[in-house]
Design a binder for this molecule. Structure first.
Ligand SMILES: Cc1cc2nc3c(=O)[nH]c(=O)nc-3n(C[C@H](O)[C@H](O)[C@H](O)COP(=O)(O)O)c2cc1C
Length: 485
């Protein structure tokens, strides 16, 4: 293999019908409505592993899109992320029929407390032998907030403050609560695990109080590979401290470059190396043996793309479809200029153009439509000139998008030294991405609790082995106690 940067290749998925290419579920033979079937996921996982993908990346939301027109009706008609199933539940099925494929699972730090999540992802890391990653999100839907007992969304920067403490609880559980040699499985001595090598965490913070110990034993990676998707100031600081892979979009290559530079800077400020963080972006790839055929395919997809779906997905707080199409935006928007999360406001644009833009598949910043060589050229350009490390492949058609990529693009990228020809037998997802071992590197904040450092108790006292029978056991105090901060 050459010294060229190797592409991280993920498929972008969601446990629903219409994730992010709205209207395209209607394409002939599109499988999206099979997402309730376990076979949908096992067939997909086998296809991706045969094709050499690194991981399947599962997005998630815990509410519905009900801002557009003040109702969830558009989202429901469009199948826009509703119905929607839990992403983590399909991972064991996919893991059982593969040996190497990784899994990126989206989960929010805002609504469910950390202890149960720590346990769930450790279980998945065990079952997959170290193939899981966690996409840390803080959630953005007002309906999600109301589903979990809040009156409205938790304020943006406060969500990142909560997430920061959430991660600290998790590191204590994942990295600090159990020693690697805690399990002795001594049949003669009748000891399965050694209490002195397992400790509660006694976390008491502003948002969480967790005693511990962690219930699962240490998994291959302990901490799953930490992904996050962000671009804000609070999110950049958070990513610099915690994220190993940042999944980022943005309207164009220039903004993506700025995001990458900002997060690398934040990583250095957090005591890490600039290249401790990898960057993955969404890629639209439409490939065929010839450019003409690829363009014809894009045109077929475009015919079915639903502007309504994109408008609802963007949580557009006003309804441009109710206005005359020739009206200029500057005369139409209701004073706040708000156009949702993903579109830039151009006051001179007409309402009709604005609406059409929402269903325009050509708007994807990394969009490669062409023959295999042209697509590979474009991906290489983003790797070398924009500075990304990988892609989350957008699906227009399931599973044809993945099949086409595997048939046409994978061989070219392999030929050019951008993709490996085979998997390494025993590697975890972290080892595959970073090549530095299964666990977090020492310079990552999460490792500060290793071996019980910075935790108040170094092990669980065992009355049955105590030298003073009848007296309540003293917890074993940590030699690190003075170092507590
Ligand atoms: C490419 C990409 C994918 C995302 N996927 C999800 C997701 O699956 N679930 C979710 O709740 N948020 C998702 N988000 C939203 C982010 O978690 C975050 O709320 C958003 O990027 C705004 O963050 P910021 O204010 O820190 O920039 C995604 C964002 C981007 C850019």
């Amino acid at each position: 293999m050459s010294g060229k940067k190797r592409l991280i290749l993920n498929l972008f998925e969601m446990n629903c019908v219409s994730h992010i290419t709205h209207g395209l579920w209607r394409l002939p033979d599109n499988n999206r409505e099979r997402f309730n079937d376990i076979e949908y996921w096992t067939e997909l996982a086998q296809l991706l592993e045969e094709g050499g993908f690194d991981a399947v990346f599962l997005a998630d939301v815990v509410g519905t899109y009900d801002v557009f027109r003040g109702s969830a009706a558009t989202a429901i008609r469009e199948g826009l992320q509703i119905p929607n199933n839990d992403p983590a539940s399909v991972v064991p099925a996919m893991a059982a029929v593969t040996r190497h494929l990784g899994f990126g699972i989206t989960f929010s730090t805002t609504y469910e407390p950390p202890f149960a999540w720590a346990r769930r992802i450790s279980t998945l890391d065990h079952l997959t032998k170290g193939r899981v990653g966690w996409n840390i999100v803080t959630s953005y839907l007002p309906n999600a907030a109301r589903n979990f007992g809040h009156d409205g969304e938790v304020e943006h920067d406060n969500r990142f403050e909560i997430a920061d403490e959430y991660l600290d609880v998790l590191y204590k559980l994942w990295e600090g609560s159990w020693d690697d040699d805690a399990i002795v499985a001594d049949r003669e001595g009748k000891v399965f695990a050694d209490p002195a090598k397992i400790r509660p965490i006694h976390h008491e913070g502003r948002y969480f109080k967790v005693e511990g110990p962690h219930l699962p034993s240490p998994s291959r990676q302990r901490t799953p590979v930490l992904f996050t998707a962000t671009a804000s100031a609070a999110g950049t600081k958070f990513a610099g401290k915690h994220a190993e892979v940042v999944f980022t979009g943005g309207p164009d290559a220039a903004s993506l470059r700025r995001t990458i530079a900002g997060i690398r800077e934040a990583a250095v400020a957090a005591g890490r190396r600039a290249d401790d963080v990898r960057f993955v972006t969404i890629a639209g790839v439409i490939v065929a043996p010839t450019e003409v055929e690829a363009k014809a395919k894009l045109a077929r997809y475009q015919e079915l793309a639903s502007a309504e779906g994109y408008l609802a997905h963007a949580n557009l707080p006003w309804d441009p479809t109710a206005l005359p199409p020739e009206l200029k935006l500057k005369d139409a928007a209701n004073g706040d200029g708000g156009v949702g999360r993903w579109r830039v406001f151009d006051p001179e644009q007409s309402v009709g153009e604005f609406v059409a833009g929402f269903g325009d598949l050509g708007r994807q910043p990394l969009l490669a439509v062409g023959d295999p060589e042209q697509v590979a050229d474009e991906i290489e350009r983003w790797l070398d000139e924009v500075g990304i490390d990988g892609i989350n492949l957008l699906q227009y058609h399931s599973h044809d998008t993945a099949r086409d990529f595997i048939e046409y693009v994978v061989p070219v990228l392999r030929e050019r030294g951008r993709l490996r020809r085979e998997y390494d037998e025993r590697e975890t997802l972290r080892e595959r991405i970073f090549g530095e071992g299964d666990r977090l590197p020492d310079r990552h904040h999460g490792t500060r609790y290793r071996g019980g450092a910075h935790l108040p108790v170094s092990g669980i006292a065992d009355p049955a082995r105590s030298h003073q029978p009848g007296r309540p056991p003293e917890p074993i105090r940590s030699h690190e106690k003075e170092a507590l901060t």
